[in-house]
Design a protein around this ligand. Structure first.
Ligand SMILES: NC(=O)c1ccc[n+]([C@@H]2O[C@H](COP(=O)([O-])OP(=O)(O)OC[C@H]3O[C@@H](n4cnc5c(N)ncnc54)[C@H](OP(=O)(O)O)[C@@H]3O)[C@@H](O)[C@H]2O)c1
Length: 184
């Protein structure tokens, strides 16, 4: 079992404002959709682990995110507050343990951590953490949720499936950067 992280982060480290994304970048959302949905094995799905606020930041008509197994971390809500198709876990460890079980291994190809702040931090510190797929937005935005500092254990790597160079949308420049965690 490996955890891969995906996030869009602006120049000042921000990821969100008032429970939403501070920017509107349709092609970056498409990049998120494509990466988190893609499986080599068409019979398998990917799983997405997210904090409670990230889940409710997704527009109501788009959640749970389609064709992926949605897992919410929360210590306060119960299953009646969310779709029955969503897996609710009260710790990251509980979520990781589920995907380490044999029956899930046969159904799930990749496990993606999709935010927010403390969930990213916990995933980066986890021994299961493999890669970090960042969209580095080259502008500042007002934010109230931030990406945690990236430790020196993460090194930039090339991924032939990821577009290189500066992308531009709505006058905002951004770049896809992939980091891999050193394993010792
Ligand atoms: N730019 C991006 O790529 C990106 C990605 C994701 C989110 N966002 C943005 O970030 C904001 C939301 O992120 P956030 O950092 O404020 O909140 P969040 O991490 O999504 O949610 C925080 C909540 O998740 C639960 N939680 C977190 N870690 C847990 C753990 N280990 N065990 C159990 N429960 C846990 C807790 O819920 P309870 O209080 O219910 O216990 C906690 O209050 C929104 O603005 C969203 O749009 C941006």
């Amino acid at each position: 079992m490996e955890l891969n992280i995906i996030a869009a982060v602006c120049k000042n480290g921000g990821i969100g404002l008032n429970g939403a994304l501070p920017w509107n970048l349709k092609n970056d959302l498409l990049h998120f959709r494509n990466l988190t949905m893609f499986t080599n094995d068409p019979l398998k799905k990917n799983a997405l682990i997210m904090g409670r606020k990230t889940y409710f930041a997704i527009p109501e008509n788009k959640r749970p995110l389609s064709a992926r197994i949605n897992v919410i971390l929360s210590r306060t809500i119960n299953q009646s507050k969310i779709s029955k198709d969503v897996i609710l876990c009260s710790t990251m460890e509980e979520a990781i343990n589920r995907f380490s079980q044999e029956d899930f291994k046969n159904l799930v190809e990749n496990v993606w951590v999709i935010g927010g702040s403390s969930v990213y931090r916990e995933a980066m510190d986890s021994p299961f953490c493999n890669r970090l797929y960042l969209t580095q937005i080259k502008a500042d935005f007002e934010c109230d949720a931030f990406f945690p500092p990236i430790s020196k254990k993460f090194k930039i790597v090339k991924d032939i499936n990821i577009k290189t160079g500066i992308q531009e949308e709505n006058g905002i420049e951004y770049e896809f950067v992939v980091f891999e965690k050193e394993r010792k």
